[in-house]
Ligand binder design. Sequence first.
Ligand code: MSP
Length: 649
Amino acid sequence: MDRFYITTPIYYVNARPHLGHAHTTILADAMARFNRLMGREVHFLTGTDEHGDKIVKAAVASGKSPQAYCDEISAIFKDLWPHLGVEYSQFIRTTDPEHKRLVQKALQKVYDSGDIYFGEYGGHYCFGCERFYTEKELVDGCCPDHKTKPEYIAEKNYFFRMNKYQDWLLEHIKANPEFIRPEQYRSEVVALLESGALEDLCISRPKSRLEWGVELPFDTDYVAYVWFDALLNYLTALGWPDGEQTAKFWPAANHLIAKDILKPHAVFWPTMLKAMGMEPFQHLNVHGYWLIKDTKMSKSLGNVVDPLSLKDKYGLSGFRYFLLREMTFGYDSSFSEEALCGRFNSDLANDLGNLFSRALAMTHKYFGGGVPQAGLGGPDEEELILMAKDACLNFQRLFERFQTAKALEALWELVRGLNKYIDTQAPWALFKENNGSRLATVMYSVLECMRKVAVHLLPVMPEAASAMLAQLGQDGGTTLNLQAEAEGWGQLSAGTAVAKASNLFPRVEPPAPAVPAEPAPKAKEAKAAPSPAPAAPQGPKEPIDFEDFQKIDLRVATVISAEPVPKADKLLLVKLDAGDPEPRQVVAGIAEFWKPEDLVGRQVVVVANLKPRKLRGVESQGMILAVKQDGRLELLAPSATVAPGSAVS
Ligand code: MSP
């Protein structure tokens, strides 16, 4: 497909944008940039959803007319995005006259086809969600999202014959495995459709109760249900039903949402499209929630994080990188500034920043700042070129499916591989030995790979990646193409002048804990060997019951940071993402065997429910598993990367 149409949800204007909205919009922006770099023509739509009860309530609360209120908040969204590096092609508002005209056209079309009828309905209405809930869907009588009690409302309304399209939708989803992705959401929708008759959808609100909406063209006493109006934005923006843009971009429509609005997008929207005689969208892409201490971040729960404050502290590139690296697509992710700072320092300041600053400095020291002419490479260069190719291909294959965290992990294989390559090739030694031709080959290989890394980072961190390309003497123009990067080698021309220094990601001091640490449990300062106890080969131990084994909370964790424990040369303080809301710290007796920088980003296996104890005054919350043999200490890890916190069983 040579086109890509990406949409975000249109956001309600009853709240100011927070980190959750920023994540979706930045992810959409990264996908737009990525697809452009894959050589596709892209249209990127975002906007605001401005009709319905809750907007009127918010307007009344702020003492403004609904229109004046919507104008004000919509502008806040629209103006925020460029500050987060978001370059949308179009910003739509549901109060745009053209949108309203086309919504009426769609309503009339479905009405004329006989798929809209008049009837009476009583149901549990959540004003937060602007929808009726069935008894079954409520949790303890409350809305599962807002945790508030819905109001029972009975009234005469118009209904869309959604039920008529149930079997068609089920078949379509089954025949197109990636129609809804990732898989868990597809299964959820299939289960919903298979579990029983899909109800028809109430698509109107009487004006006696709500006036702020698009008037039904066939009954002026009613306005359209806000979701029927809102979902249509994805088509009205293209000028449906005519418009060159519709024919061009609709077949490539990719919607991006979080799981809160799965049902309207996966069920209401495709059936509405079918009734309108339109083809379904291409993909519905669903991500999880940003959580704060296990709870969804949302304005109604009052736990939101302001994206701009983080951007100011970590830079736009650091902030975007964190969002796209930390959340595994489809799963929830816990937000904490500690995790952001840890990622920033380990992946950006350590791995990437160091790579750039040392490679540029060496190019100046050994070659006066010009890219050297590579000689004939040996097996190590062949291996490096293969590693670069794999990293590019894996990155592209994963990014294509919105799997940005895994894609970046794949790219970091190359970043870390480059740091290792420099260490093993030791250019400083080649320089001392006067081995100029080998030195030139090594440095050329490093610089060319760095260029590849920078090009792949353009969608994620446009600012920093452009700076990296500029430091490598590249203009980063529009001719760049990711597919060419995977296959090609040697695009960096010898003689190109590179920057003298690079300070892309200066380390950030970890934030002070927001809540004072709980008093440590009264434990004697342990004198025994810390985690892990270097184990000598030993004979079989007494059998234990399976139940006893099950008591051990064994988990996979990712190392966020590692540092020496002062005055303890055998100990490292290792911070882990073990799937808890906060990073977990373990004091491990591995300092003789592992350098802190080699641990960061690795996955390890931890015993997570060992009672905390203090080692040299530092609390250790678990134990890292390792094997000691022949003077080496090998860490246990899964055979492929898994989500941090995954249980080992
Ligand atoms: N107006 C509707 C969408 C209509 S689309 C035709 C709406 N608006 S919303 O303002 O509530 O935005 C919901 C979306 O904001 C989520 O689907 C997600 O994209 C984003 N997020 C809001 N809170 C979020 C988190 N805590 N975590 C991740 N994304 C979040 O629903």
